[in-house]
Design a protein around this ligand. Structure first.
Ligand SMILES: Cc1cc2nc3c(=O)[nH]c(=O)nc-3n(C[C@H](O)[C@H](O)[C@H](O)COP(=O)(O)O)c2cc1C
Length: 208
């Protein structure tokens, strides 16, 4: 198991959608989930579960549920993002055509399940979404711990959560936060440039 400096791992963690055909060991996945459970959580209960999918059969259930088998028209996509910032357009033009392939080609897919405080459709305040905020702190720990072991992922947020829940037998009272295809980076994996941020402009003193 690798042990890297925190700042190196933070820099190393990037979204990857192109994977090698190489299995990720259960040990690496368990290490990442164990570190995920160290993340802060609003009610101190860490009501999180993880389904590890390795079989093509289960991956196909995700693709069918999300209706990811439709052909993508690149010209339509170009047009859709023509007025957006270049950095965002580049990301979507790379990402959208890969949504199906990244699930199929990833050796493992982690389904991140959490217990909601209130039903999503009933949430009225940020406070009601503390459960979702908490699981995302866990997800970042998980992604960092995978990156530490040269394993990368992409957080995919499903639209048809209820269908996936039925297909995977997830209890009705729970929610899916993300589906994370993970694996080793393909040699030609596209790593998109991150937006340059001037930290000084983002930190406000005493008031906005
Ligand atoms: C909440 C959230 C939802 C995302 N949804 C998707 C998604 O549905 N499909 C996808 O390919 N990437 C998705 N991503 C990945 C982002 O596109 C990616 O993190 C972003 O391009 C930045 O890349 P980086 O992580 O390498 O900095 C999502 C990321 C987050 C945090």
């Amino acid at each position: 198991m690798n042990t890297m400096e925190l700042k190196e791992v933070i820099k190393k963690r990037r979204t990857v959608r192109d994977f090698q055909n190489k299995e990720v060991s259960q040990e690496i996945i368990e290490y990442a989930i164990e570190n995920g459970f160290k993340a802060p959580t609003y009610n101190h209960l860490r009501e999180w579960d993880f389904i590890i999918i390795n079989s093509l059969e289960s991956k196909l259930k995700l693709i069918e549920s999300e209706k990811l088998d439709k052909a993508i028209n690149i010209d339509e996509l170009e047009n859709m993002f023509k007025n957006e910032e270049i950095i965002m357009k580049e990301m979507y033009l790379d990402a959208i055509p890969k949504q199906k392939k990244m699930i199929i080609s990833a050796p493992s897919v982690i389904i991140v399940v959490f217990k909601p405080k209130v039903r999503v459709e009933k949430a009225k305040k940020i406070y009601d979404l503390n459960c979702l905020a908490s699981i995302w702190t866990c997800i970042e720990n998980l992604l960092l711990s995978l990156a530490e072991n040269d394993v990368y992922g992409v957080t995919f947020i499903p639209q048809n959560i209820d269908t996936i829940k039925v297909k995977l037998g997830i209890p009705v009272e729970l929610e899916i936060a993300a589906i994370i295809p993970i694996g080793y980076k393909a040699e030609d994996a596209r790593m998109l440039k991150q937006k340059t941020i001037n930290i000084k402009e983002k930190i406000h003193s005493e008031k906005w």
